[in-house]
Design a protein around this ligand. Sequence first.
Ligand code: HEM
Length: 366
Amino acid sequence: MSAYPSSGSLMGRTPPSAQELRNRQRISTWLFAICFMLVGMIALGGYTRLTGSGLSIMDWRPITGMIPPLSHAEWERQFALYKTIPQYKILHDGFGLAGFQQIFWAEWTHRFWGRLMGLVLLVPLVWFSITGALGRGLALRLVLFFVLGGLQGAIGWFMVASGFNPDSTAVAPVRLVLHLCCAFALYIAILWTALSVRTPRPAFIPATPEAVRIHRLVWAICLLVGITVIAGGFTAGTHAGFAYNTFPLMDGHLIPPGYARLHPFWLNWFQNIPAIQFDHRLLATTTALLIGFTIVLGLRTPQLGRDVHGALVVLGWLVLLQYALGVTTLLLVVPVWAGTVHQTCAAIVLTAAIVTLHRLRGVGRP
Ligand code: HEM
């Protein structure tokens, strides 16, 4: 019996059978496990970037690349390839084979984890489809996620390839942001699907003006967290975190001098370090304030129920933690541990925002 048909018991018209409930449980647990692995992937991606490891594997072999170098000669070949790019001379000159192996393993683990996630998605997908546990709609959606996951690997390579240009020592910021955004978008899609399989029918919340307003505010929060993440991607991609390491002022000013140095004006948001860092701070502050405001209103709206109140409070604590981590990363001039934890916590804040939104689906839906 399907765990996610487009009609019938899971839409609440007829009570689900015990078998359906079991399938729902198994399928959503599997999808939550993939979400967990995706957060791990985001953390690994941050670590790889911050340790300058991302350019260490200079070929793109989706299947055979799973096997790391097995002989000294192969290690030497890979190292010789790496020595040809400017990043080696500028960042890692003379670090020897042992140093190269260290950055190689970071990038290899990142790519291996991606392949492993593909398998964790594909094998149960085939099994659940054969046994009839998956409805057609859900099966097709999961196949699409599998294809998008593969595409994300290709985008990763598109990003890495930009770092091999003769005049660059790091990847192009726009491609880094593209890779980061696609990772987050896929994560949101799988998370939403997992939540919907686990709880297909939202708890009814009367559509009072207060409840409708909170629903809209949580939509706005999700959007703002997303934009702040993109701004964080540009902060990381342009190494903007290595400048203006004071808070809240930047070079003694609230708005840094040189914010509008580039023309046309919008170019500053993507290429001008003071503007990029200021925008990330401003967006993060607006996000945190909006979450605070929504919590105050939400807790005064009893019809939202305990689940929504609980989700809002968790979201509030997480955004505070994320804000503090951002400031710490900045003041300590981007140590690897802080940058990695800050990037990972962004995914967790987004998770809390999406869970809150999911719990509010029942506004006005009896
Ligand atoms: C809602 C709050 C915040 C969110 C969701 C957020 C999100 C992010 C993300 C996703 C990245 C990394 C992107 C990537 O590695 O590609 C990032 C980087 C960064 N963020 Fe935030 N951030 C927040 C608050 C802050 C605050 C308050 C500060 C400091 C004032 C800050 C400072 C930084 C710095 C310096 C980086 C670059 C670190 C690096 O190079 O790895 N963030 N942020």
